[in-house]
Design a protein around this ligand. Structure first.
Ligand code: BGC
Length: 265
């Protein structure tokens, strides 16, 4: 197992891609912190699944399963700092941070409200910034290296009309990773982005329930299907492992070919 003895925090892991990542990291032997904001039942489901895949605790401080759930809103910096502190307190340390929590709001640019702009930017960018900062402070204090993996999107590159704040947040995440790869390199801390395309998760329930829109989207995906959370999770497990020690500052797309698909009819 690639991640035995490691502790990982995955933000936004009560459902979707985050839940898939938690399960995969637990299968690879990591102890995992499951974070949720508004779906405690989803976090409990993730925890039960961790137990089912045989997650076990490697750290002295935790009781048995190797999984632990913490409520925190990633859009609130105090809660973000509390989340990192509680994770460290529970398992005694943190080795891997997966910045997965993210939201999107659909509206034409000229109708976007300040509240919606703030909600998207606070969770998708500010929360990532300060979670990463608190994690790095912990690594510096304990003189250890660590791995940061951001769940970005094809939309850190690709325009997505009616989702301008979302695209701006993911574009920001791209530069955050590049900048920190340089700034944290001498500390032995790596940071990379995993950029999913259309993955079958609750974030796109509306699209999944609209056969016309879904059909049009599938036409744009060379591999001809939506992605599944485990398609993303397998790459995260690799990037979190020592196999990826020399990889930093890069974005890896998991999109069935969506990003670069252009064909003349
Ligand atoms: C968005 C989804 C969208 C997908 C492909 C993701 O980043 O969250 O809503 O379907 O990109 O465009």
């Amino acid at each position: 197992m690639k991640l035995e003895g490691k502790v990982a925090l995955v933000t936004g892991s009560s459902q979707g891609i985050g839940q898939g990542i938690v399960l995969r990291l637990a299968q690879e032997g990591a102890d995992v912190v499951i974070n949720y904001r508004s779906h405690p039942e989803g976090a409990e489901e993730t925890l039960a699944k961790v137990q089912a895949v045989g997650g076990r605790c490697y750290m002295a401080q935790c009781p048995n399963s190797g999984g632990y759930t913490i409520k925190a809103d990633l859009g609130n910096v105090n809660e973000v700092r509390q989340l990192i502190a509680e994770s460290i307190e529970h398992f005694g340390r943190l080795d891997i941070l997966v910045n997965n929590a993210g939201i999107e709001k659909h509206a034409p640019f000229w109708e976007v409200t300040e509240a919606d702009y703030d909600a998207v930017m606070n969770v998708n960018l500010k929360g990532v910034f300060f979670a990463t900062q608190a994690f790095v402070q912990h690594l510096i204090e304990t003189k250890r290296t660590g791995k940061i993996i951001n769940i970005s999107s094809v939309h850190e590159e690709l325009p997505f009309p009616n989702f301008t704040a979302y695209c701006a947040s993911k574009g920001g995440m791209k530069m955050l990773a590049r900048n920190l790869a340089v700034e944290l390199g001498s500390l032995g801390i790596t940071i990379n982005n995993v950029a999913p395309g259309a993955i079958e998760t609750p974030i796109n329930t509306k699209l999944l329930n609209n056969p016309e829109k879904l059909g049009a989207l599938l036409q744009n995906i060379p591999l001809g299907r939506l992605g599944q959370p485990q398609d993303v999770a397998s790459l995260v497990a690799f990037l979190a492992s020592s196999d990826a020690d020399y990889i930093t500052g890069s974005t890896f797309f998991v999109d069935g070919g969506l990003l670069w698909n252009y064909q003349e009819q």
